[in-house]
Ligand binder design. Sequence first.
Ligand SMILES: [Zn+2]
Length: 64
Amino acid sequence: MMDKYQCCICGKTIDLNEEPNLSLVAIKHWLSTAENQKEQQLFCHEECLAKVLFDPKSLYLQYL
Ligand SMILES: [Zn+2]
């Protein structure tokens, strides 16, 4: 397991002792069958993600 994670939005290191660990999962060809899909995980600060969303309330993970 890596010990340093870089936020894909601001570029800063994510301090896992201070911040929730959050990642985005991008799925290419998501309409296709599972074997044709390509998946990538990107790490980010929850706050950075909320800032770049058109509607920050669409990030409801923080309320689950
Ligand atoms: Zn960030």
